[in-house]
Design a protein around this ligand. Structure first.
Ligand SMILES: C[S@@+](CC[C@H](N)C(=O)[O-])C[C@H]1O[C@@H](n2cnc3c(N)ncnc32)[C@H](O)[C@@H]1O
Length: 330
């Protein structure tokens, strides 16, 4: 790519370009069909996911002695997860449910769910963010032919070129979390995600903050980054014109608060919350045929949520806030 030494005109860093493309007035996430119109998250894959989050909320409330815990869903889509959790909760546990979302409240949503653009502060309970951090826009850096790390600039049609040398806090972030070496190698500068996550988790007075996303950690960084696009269920070239999702895997170890946070694979996290892919015993097919079919369907859905090479590879960042929790899956 040809380096340029100015950052003006149509050329912008990816962070700026994606911010407009996803959340501007014509932004991808402002569209009426919502994320579910373009890709399938764990929330859409099965109600078992919401049931597991309900279990996590119940155990968090039990551990902290909360009579009316808050459940804050950050990047709530169209409120699908909260709707599922409210349906799955045991009777008798009142919950204050908040959907934090940049898009407008969908018509017909359960009136118990408060819809807000800002994360509420000072609450006690569970803050959950499924596939939110990967949509927090980040800049991209690339090493030029002389070994200089430069910011990648992009035009609305997706054409790229290299801009100024990465300096200051972004350079410090790269040195600490994603050092680059060879010409042509690339990294997404995750600093805005670290900050977004610290602010989200820090908004809780006490409880558990959980981010779930496709992620990587030091030693496992992809040499050319992961920036990509999605539209109508397909992976596409990332073009920041509002026509597609723009996403990149999350450097989750950089987001995690040192000391208190735990990183767990989705397969293991869901197993601890009671979601496994075991098939029902064959004998059940004759003793309880309807129950067998239901159990078989559940096993199939659990298998999708925990599949290797699929949703099971997602990372759960579990961060206790305020007071230490007993075992989060107890
Ligand atoms: C990939 S979708 C995930 C939706 C849902 N959590 C799910 O798992 O199906 C990401 C969502 O995060 C929302 N979002 C991104 N940044 C946000 C912010 N700063 N505040 C609130 N919502 C945000 C987007 O509008 C979008 O609906």
């Amino acid at each position: 790519m040809v380096p340029v030494t100015y950052e003006t005109g149509d050329w912008r860093g990816w962070r700026d370009a994606a911010e407009t493309a996803l959340y501007g007035p014509r932004g991808f996430y402002r569209r009426p069909e919502g994320p579910a119109g373009h890709f399938r998250t764990s929330v859409h894959a099965s109600r078992l996911f919401a049931a597991a989050v309900a279990r996590l909320l119940t155990s968090t409330a039990g551990s902290l002695g909360l009579e009316e815990p808050a459940l804050i869903d950050v990047g709530a889509g169209r409120g699908e997860l909260l709707t599922g959790v409210l349906a799955a909760l045991p009777p008798g546990l009142p919950v204050r449910a908040y959907a934090v979302e940049r898009a407008a409240r969908p018509a017909g949503l359960d009136p118990r769910i408060e819809w807000t653009a800002e994360i509420p502060r000072g609450l006690h309970g569970l803050l959950f963010a499924n596939e939110w951090l990967d949509n927090v826009p980040v800049d991209v850096a690339e090493v030029d032919a002389h070994g200089v790390v430069r910011r990648v600039l992009v035009r609305e049609d997706g054409e790229e070129r290299l801009g100024d040398e990465v300096a200051g806090a972004d350079a410090d972030w790269l040195a600490r979390w994603w050092p680059l070496g060879e010409p042509g190698t690339r990294a997404e500068i995750g600093r805005p995600r670290d900050e977004a996550w610290a602010a989200a988790a820090g908004s809780l007075a006490s409880g558990l903050a959980v981010a779930v996303d496709y992620a990587h950690t030091a030693g496992d960084r992809p040499p050319f980054g992961t920036l990509t696009g999605f539209r109508d269920g397909r992976e596409v070239r990332p073009v920041p014109d509002g026509s597609c999702d723009i996403t990149a895997h999350v450097a989750m170890d950089a987001c995690a608060a040192p000391g208190s946070a735990e990183l767990t694979g989705q397969r293991e996290a869901l197993r601890r919350l009671g979601v496994g892919g075991e098939r029902p015993p064959l004998a059940m097919a004759s003793s309880d045929p309807a129950g067998y079919v239901r159990a078989l369907a559940r096993a199939g859905e659990a298998a999708e949520l925990t599949a290797k090479g699929g949703l099971g590879d997602f990372t759960w960042l579990m961060q206790p806030v305020g007071r230490p929790l007993r075992d989060w899956a107890a």
